[in-house]
Design a protein around this ligand. Structure first.
Ligand SMILES: Cc1cc2nc3c(=O)[nH]c(=O)nc-3n(C[C@H](O)[C@H](O)[C@H](O)COP(=O)(O)OP(=O)(O)OC[C@H]3O[C@@H](n4cnc5c(N)ncnc54)[C@H](O)[C@@H]3O)c2cc1C
Length: 403
């Protein structure tokens, strides 16, 4: 790992910034409520713009039609997009399913699905977790039985998934199912691609503490899935899942969001509160801001280190990613809690749109408070999704013993 200034990376950052300045439509910028998926039309429009530039798959290798960027370039791209609040991409399709299809998909599956990922017209959700099978994913019970019918061989799927982000907006789902109950639990799992319009699928909303609808339960009642939609061989689902979850360790800390929250705290620091005092002049505020600056610098250094390990395919990258996940998500929680506290009564109400004063200008504290309480609530889940902190600690402990 090299701490010298990387001039190529800085030039790349400038290129991304210039692209965003010139191509991100005014009405799309700053729209994303951080950490969440953009509305469908915005996501598709932005995906098209990226695709026209040749950046439709920023995380994929060149041979798969991706940009072929290094891990650090991808991080820079994410950071710059987050800083200006560009719409999200379909990260499930881009970061999870896409690499799986590229590595394990049949020619027919690639031809059927990859063009729609590039165009952003087919959106995906991830059907892994079940009631009772989250951390212990291999215990999943959603059953898929192979049957032969007049219309060809099918899997008939019965069971339930839960915590499925954006299932209510998804066109397709990538799904883990149990195809064999007689073998070791990992060996009985298969990976299916399912059209969400298939009869027998019911999606029910789960509204979370941030009062938003991101999550869902999905029920499968005799859902017929053509066998051609099986990815890899039957019983290979666990191997594919390990491949899928072993991607992108350096992004586990969500550095772009940490930078964005720190920028929000800095902006608040010099803003006059009611009564005219400036927050930065308060000792406790200044001290905490300094702590966040230091913690963020430490996380950013660790991200660089993990990116270098990933680039070298080092086996330690997995455990380092777990360390990053814990450090990053705890910092996300601390920063959003601090922002909420600093805003005091203004944060008590989530302001979906800024309120305006008599002169028509947004009231400064209300503008600053916009969405902050939602963020603080949403980030409670960050130490759960993507693998809980306890599970990350187990990964670290196990890896340390192996190294
Ligand atoms: C906002 C959000 C979005 C999500 N999106 C998706 C999605 O799109 N698709 C999807 O499939 N899933 C999704 N999930 C589900 C997520 O993957 C699970 O919530 C997570 O894996 C934890 O599983 P669980 O909720 O069943 O908790 P459990 O596994 O039941 O854990 C409960 C508690 O026990 C602890 N625990 C469990 N096992 C151990 C152990 N071995 N050692 C020590 N402690 C342990 C956990 O750390 C936790 O504190 C999402 C979750 C959230 C919160």
């Amino acid at each position: 790992m090299d701490f010298q200034r990387d001039l190529d990376l800085e030039a790349f950052r400038e290129e991304v910034r210039a692209f965003l300045r010139e191509n991100l439509p005014e009405e799309l910028s700053g729209r994303i409520r951080v950490g969440t998926r953009s509305p469908r039309a915005e996501l598709t429009r932005w995906q098209r713009i990226l695709n026209d530039k040749g950046w439709g798959a920023p995380y994929w290798a060149k041979e798969h039609g991706g940009t072929g960027w290094s891990v650090l370039q991808r991080l820079v791209f994410d950071e710059e997009c987050t800083a200006v609040g560009a719409p999200s991409q379909d990260t499930g399709a881009q970061k999870l399913l896409g690499p799986v299809l590229n590595a394990f998909g049949t020619a027919e599956q690639k031809a059927e699905h990859l063009p729609h990922i590039f165009s952003g017209e087919r959106q995906w959700c991830q059907g892994f977790s079940e009631p009772g099978s989250g951390s212990d994913l291999a215990s999943l019970r959603t059953r898929a039985e192979r049957v032969t019918g007049e219309d060809g061989d099918h899997y008939v799927v019965n069971g339930q998934k839960i915590w499925t982000s954006y299932a209510h907006r998804a066109d397709w789902i990538f799904l883990l199912v149990r195809t064999d109950t007689e073998v070791k639990k990992q060996a009985g799992i298969s990976f299916l691609l399912v059209d969400m319009k298939t009869p027998g699928i019911t999606v029910r909303p789960i509204v979370t503490i941030d009062s938003c609808h991101h999550l869902n339960e999905i029920f499968f009642d005799n859902v017929r899935v053509p066998v051609q939609n099986l990815v890899g061989a039957e019983g290979e689902g666990w191997k594919i899942t390990k491949f899928l979850l072993n991607n992108e360790h350096a992004t586990a800390a969500d550095l772009p969001m940490l930078r964005r929250y720190l920028a929000q705290i800095r902006a608040l620091a010099t803003r006059g509160c009611d009564g005219g005092s400036v927050l930065l002049e308060r000792h406790a505020f200044a001290l905490q801001l300094a702590r966040f600056e230091a913690e963020l610098a430490a996380v950013a250094t660790l991200v660089q280190r993990v990116a270098a390990m990933e680039q070298d395919h080092s086996p330690a990258a997995h455990a380092m990613g777990s360390i990053l996940k814990i450090r990053g998500t705890e910092l996300l929680q601390k920063m959003t809690s601090f922002l909420t506290e600093a805003l005091g009564d203004y944060a008590a109400v989530a302001y979906p749109v800024p309120q305006h004063g008599d002169d028509g200008a947004p009231l400064p504290m209300q503008e600053a408070a916009r969405g902050v309480a939602n963020e603080m609530f949403f980030r409670r889940a960050s130490t759960i999704y993507g693998g809980t902190s306890e599970v990350q600690r187990s990964i670290i402990a196990k890896t340390m013993f192996q190294l």
